[in-house]
Write a protein that binds this ligand. Structure first.
Ligand SMILES: [Cu+2]
Ligand SMILES: [Zn+2]
Length: 198
Protein backbone atom coordinates (compact mmCIF):
# COMPACT_ATOMS: atom_id res chain seq x y z
CA UNK A 1 0.00 0.00 0.00
CA UNK A 2 2.76 2.43 1.01
CA UNK A 3 4.76 1.57 -2.10
CA UNK A 4 1.79 2.19 -4.38
CA UNK A 5 1.17 5.51 -2.68
CA UNK A 6 4.84 6.41 -2.96
CA UNK A 7 4.73 5.41 -6.63
CA UNK A 8 1.72 7.59 -7.31
CA UNK A 9 3.42 10.44 -5.49
CA UNK A 10 6.46 10.13 -7.73
CA UNK A 11 4.28 10.03 -10.85
CA UNK A 12 2.37 13.10 -9.66
CA UNK A 13 5.62 14.92 -8.92
CA UNK A 14 7.03 13.99 -12.32
CA UNK A 15 3.86 15.22 -14.04
CA UNK A 16 4.00 18.47 -12.10
CA UNK A 17 7.68 19.00 -12.90
CA UNK A 18 7.01 18.31 -16.57
CA UNK A 19 4.06 20.74 -16.60
CA UNK A 20 6.06 23.55 -14.98
CA UNK A 21 9.10 22.88 -17.15
CA UNK A 22 7.11 23.34 -20.37
CA UNK A 23 7.00 27.06 -21.08
CA UNK A 24 5.29 26.67 -24.48
CA UNK A 25 1.77 28.14 -24.81
CA UNK A 26 0.33 24.95 -26.09
CA UNK A 27 1.48 23.00 -23.03
CA UNK A 28 0.36 25.73 -20.66
CA UNK A 29 -3.13 25.75 -22.12
CA UNK A 30 -3.36 22.01 -21.83
CA UNK A 31 -2.35 22.16 -18.17
CA UNK A 32 -4.89 24.90 -17.46
CA UNK A 33 -7.64 22.96 -19.15
CA UNK A 34 -6.86 19.83 -17.19
CA UNK A 35 -6.74 21.53 -13.80
CA UNK A 36 -10.41 22.64 -13.38
CA UNK A 37 -11.70 19.16 -14.20
CA UNK A 38 -9.76 17.69 -11.27
CA UNK A 39 -10.89 20.46 -8.92
CA UNK A 40 -14.54 20.09 -9.84
CA UNK A 41 -14.35 16.43 -8.94
CA UNK A 42 -12.71 17.04 -5.55
CA UNK A 43 -14.73 20.03 -4.35
CA UNK A 44 -18.19 18.51 -3.78
CA UNK A 45 -16.59 15.70 -1.74
CA UNK A 46 -15.04 18.19 0.68
CA UNK A 47 -18.23 20.24 0.95
CA UNK A 48 -20.46 17.20 1.48
CA UNK A 49 -19.83 14.13 3.63
CA UNK A 50 -16.33 12.74 3.95
CA UNK A 51 -16.16 9.05 3.28
CA UNK A 52 -13.47 6.39 3.37
CA UNK A 53 -13.98 2.76 2.40
CA UNK A 54 -11.62 0.20 3.90
CA UNK A 55 -11.24 -3.27 2.40
CA UNK A 56 -10.40 -5.79 5.09
CA UNK A 57 -7.82 -8.51 4.38
CA UNK A 58 -7.62 -11.93 6.03
CA UNK A 59 -4.85 -12.29 8.61
CA UNK A 60 -3.35 -14.90 10.95
CA UNK A 61 -4.39 -17.71 8.60
CA UNK A 62 -8.08 -16.77 8.76
CA UNK A 63 -10.67 -16.41 6.01
CA UNK A 64 -12.10 -13.22 7.46
CA UNK A 65 -12.83 -10.52 4.92
CA UNK A 66 -15.04 -7.50 4.91
CA UNK A 67 -15.66 -3.87 4.18
CA UNK A 68 -15.72 -0.94 6.56
CA UNK A 69 -17.11 2.46 5.55
CA UNK A 70 -16.40 5.58 7.59
CA UNK A 71 -18.55 8.60 6.86
CA UNK A 72 -18.35 12.01 8.52
CA UNK A 73 -21.41 14.22 8.61
CA UNK A 74 -22.06 17.26 10.81
CA UNK A 75 -19.15 16.45 13.09
CA UNK A 76 -20.10 12.80 13.59
CA UNK A 77 -18.26 9.85 12.09
CA UNK A 78 -20.33 6.74 11.44
CA UNK A 79 -18.64 3.40 10.85
CA UNK A 80 -20.56 0.69 9.01
CA UNK A 81 -18.75 -2.65 8.92
CA UNK A 82 -19.66 -6.02 7.40
CA UNK A 83 -17.59 -9.19 7.63
CA UNK A 84 -17.71 -12.81 6.58
CA UNK A 85 -15.56 -15.86 7.14
CA UNK A 86 -15.73 -15.44 10.91
CA UNK A 87 -16.16 -18.11 13.53
CA UNK A 88 -19.63 -17.84 15.07
CA UNK A 89 -19.69 -15.77 18.24
CA UNK A 90 -18.36 -12.49 19.57
CA UNK A 91 -15.36 -10.71 18.09
CA UNK A 92 -13.52 -7.57 19.11
CA UNK A 93 -13.07 -4.71 16.66
CA UNK A 94 -10.63 -1.87 17.26
CA UNK A 95 -8.74 0.91 15.59
CA UNK A 96 -5.02 0.27 15.90
CA UNK A 97 -2.19 2.81 15.60
CA UNK A 98 -0.79 2.26 12.11
CA UNK A 99 -2.43 1.64 8.72
CA UNK A 100 0.14 -1.07 8.02
CA UNK A 101 -1.33 -4.53 7.47
CA UNK A 102 1.88 -5.99 5.99
CA UNK A 103 2.56 -8.56 8.73
CA UNK A 104 0.81 -11.95 8.41
CA UNK A 105 -0.51 -11.54 11.94
CA UNK A 106 -1.17 -7.78 11.50
CA UNK A 107 1.09 -6.90 14.43
CA UNK A 108 2.50 -4.24 12.07
CA UNK A 109 -0.53 -2.12 12.99
CA UNK A 110 0.82 -1.63 16.52
CA UNK A 111 -1.35 -1.37 19.61
CA UNK A 112 -4.75 0.24 20.06
CA UNK A 113 -5.03 3.79 18.80
CA UNK A 114 -4.82 5.75 22.05
CA UNK A 115 -4.12 9.43 21.35
CA UNK A 116 -5.42 10.52 24.75
CA UNK A 117 -3.07 8.12 26.64
CA UNK A 118 -5.74 6.50 28.78
CA UNK A 119 -6.27 2.86 29.72
CA UNK A 120 -8.07 0.26 27.65
CA UNK A 121 -11.76 -0.11 28.36
CA UNK A 122 -15.33 -0.17 27.13
CA UNK A 123 -16.28 2.82 24.98
CA UNK A 124 -17.68 5.57 27.21
CA UNK A 125 -16.29 4.14 30.47
CA UNK A 126 -15.67 6.97 32.95
CA UNK A 127 -12.44 5.26 34.03
CA UNK A 128 -11.06 5.59 30.53
CA UNK A 129 -11.02 3.92 27.12
CA UNK A 130 -8.91 4.15 24.00
CA UNK A 131 -10.32 6.08 21.05
CA UNK A 132 -9.82 2.82 19.14
CA UNK A 133 -11.91 0.74 21.56
CA UNK A 134 -14.93 0.21 19.35
CA UNK A 135 -16.09 -2.96 21.13
CA UNK A 136 -17.48 -6.36 20.18
CA UNK A 137 -19.88 -7.63 17.56
CA UNK A 138 -21.46 -11.01 16.90
CA UNK A 139 -21.00 -13.31 13.93
CA UNK A 140 -23.83 -15.70 13.07
CA UNK A 141 -23.56 -19.40 12.25
CA UNK A 142 -22.78 -18.61 8.61
CA UNK A 143 -19.77 -16.54 9.70
CA UNK A 144 -21.30 -13.18 8.88
CA UNK A 145 -21.21 -10.24 11.24
CA UNK A 146 -21.92 -6.52 11.11
CA UNK A 147 -21.53 -3.51 13.36
CA UNK A 148 -22.46 0.17 13.11
CA UNK A 149 -20.81 2.70 15.38
CA UNK A 150 -21.05 6.50 15.59
CA UNK A 151 -19.05 9.08 17.50
CA UNK A 152 -18.21 12.78 17.52
CA UNK A 153 -14.80 11.93 19.02
CA UNK A 154 -13.37 10.99 15.61
CA UNK A 155 -12.87 12.95 12.42
CA UNK A 156 -11.78 11.99 8.91
CA UNK A 157 -8.75 13.97 7.79
CA UNK A 158 -9.22 17.01 10.09
CA UNK A 159 -5.55 16.87 11.07
CA UNK A 160 -6.25 16.88 14.81
CA UNK A 161 -4.12 13.96 15.99
CA UNK A 162 -6.44 13.41 18.97
CA UNK A 163 -9.38 12.80 16.59
CA UNK A 164 -8.19 11.94 13.12
CA UNK A 165 -8.72 8.29 12.12
CA UNK A 166 -6.82 8.57 8.83
CA UNK A 167 -3.65 6.51 8.95
CA UNK A 168 -5.07 4.09 11.55
CA UNK A 169 -6.06 0.46 10.99
CA UNK A 170 -9.26 -1.49 11.56
CA UNK A 171 -8.55 -4.81 13.28
CA UNK A 172 -10.97 -7.66 13.93
CA UNK A 173 -9.91 -10.22 16.53
CA UNK A 174 -10.49 -13.93 16.86
CA UNK A 175 -11.74 -13.47 20.41
CA UNK A 176 -13.81 -11.12 22.54
CA UNK A 177 -12.65 -7.90 24.17
CA UNK A 178 -13.11 -8.31 27.94
CA UNK A 179 -12.79 -4.49 28.36
CA UNK A 180 -10.62 -5.14 31.43
CA UNK A 181 -7.29 -6.73 30.46
CA UNK A 182 -4.55 -4.21 29.70
CA UNK A 183 -3.56 -2.92 27.28
CA UNK A 184 -5.86 -4.53 24.72
CA UNK A 185 -8.72 -6.55 26.21
CA UNK A 186 -7.17 -10.01 25.62
CA UNK A 187 -9.03 -10.38 22.34
CA UNK A 188 -6.61 -12.86 20.76
CA UNK A 189 -5.27 -13.10 17.22
CA UNK A 190 -5.83 -10.38 14.65
CA UNK A 191 -7.90 -12.13 11.97
CA UNK A 192 -8.68 -9.22 9.65
CA UNK A 193 -6.95 -5.92 8.87
CA UNK A 194 -7.52 -2.82 6.81
CA UNK A 195 -5.82 0.57 6.67
CA UNK A 196 -7.94 3.70 6.98
CA UNK A 197 -6.45 5.45 3.96
CA UNK A 198 -8.07 7.84 1.50
CU1 LIG B 1 -7.42 -4.79 18.47
ZN1 LIG C 1 -7.94 -0.48 23.72
Amino acid sequence: MTNIKKGLGIIALAAFTLATACKGNEKKEAAEEAAPATEMKAEPEVAAAKEVTVTMASKSGSEVKGEVVFKEENGTVTMTAVFDGLEAGEHAIHLHEEADCSADDATSTGGHWNPTFTKHGQWGDADGYHLGDIGNFTADDSGKGAITFSTDQWCIGCGDEKKDILGKAVIVHQGTDDFTSQPSGAAGARVSCGGVIE
